[in-house]
Ligand binder design. Structure first.
Ligand SMILES: Cc1cc2nc3c(=O)[nH]c(=O)nc-3n(C[C@H](O)[C@H](O)[C@H](O)COP(=O)(O)O)c2cc1C
Length: 205
């Protein structure tokens, strides 16, 4: 039974364009995988703590020597890692904030890149044999030929970090010019429709 892990980032609920892209993806994924299981990790519904001193202290202490406090410091991170490891397909839906991923998504990344679990001690990624799709909503356009192509940090960063943990089969759907929807110059449906083929292709595999 294939498992899809959806990581949602936008705090904008129904107004979120990346979440609408997820909806389209999910419809196709469920059609292609009627027995599939979907797990949603919604980063707008939890306050993920940043990596802090107790977390680091636990991280750099061998597991067999963990105190109850250290176990507690890593508990959420362990759960997030388990979700990633259990998934066959990882879907990340995110806005671009200040040319990069929102802090909530960066915090999630800091929790799931774990030496010995998702990243080998030798630096090789351990999350192999999986696929990832990244759905990005951004006010600007950063695709090939754009005058601000060099600011395409979020997509490049997400591809890089997924590669680092071992996921090399990565599809990115860049939903640029999303501001047209917010300015009322394009409907949400029309915006998502422009990316429908790419989203369907990513979901049907
Ligand atoms: C705080 C903030 C920072 C933003 N920074 C950028 C940016 O650097 N580049 C860009 O293209 N869009 C930027 N945007 C626009 C968002 O990426 C765009 O509104 C997108 O649709 C948000 O995703 P969502 O609709 O899923 O919430 C920013 C929006 C906000 C609220």
């Amino acid at each position: 039974m294939p498992k899809l892990l959806i990581v949602e980032t936008s705090p904008r609920g129904e107004s979120s364009i990346s979440r609408q892209m997820t909806r389209r993806f999910l419809t196709h994924w469920q059609a292609a995988h009627p027995q599939g299981e979907v797990v949603v990790r919604d980063l707008a519904k939890i306050e993920l703590p940043h990596v802090n001193a107790p977390w680091l202290s636990a991280y750099f202490t061998p597991e067999e020597k963990h105190s109850p406090e250290m176990k507690e410091a890593l508990r959420l991170s362990d759960a997030l890692v388990a979700e990633v490891l259990a998934a066959d397909h990882l879907l990340i839906a995110t806005p671009v904030y200040n040319y990069n991923v929102p802090a909530a998504l960066k915090a999630w990344i800091d929790h799931i890149v774990r030496k010995g679990q998702t990243l080998g001690i030798d630096g090789k990624g351990l999350v192999t044999g999986k696929k990832a799709t990244v759905l990005i909503a951004s006010g600007g356009v950063y695709t090939e030929g754009s005058p601000i192509r060099d600011r395409d940090i979020a997509a490049q960063y997400l591809r890089l970090i997924l590669n680092v943990i071992g996921i090399t089969d990565v599809t990115i759907v860049a939903g640029g010019a999303a501001k047209l929807v917010d300015m009322g110059e394009e409907t949400m449906d029309a915006f998502v429709a422009k990316h429908a083929t790419a989203i369907k292709q990513a979901a049907m595999v």
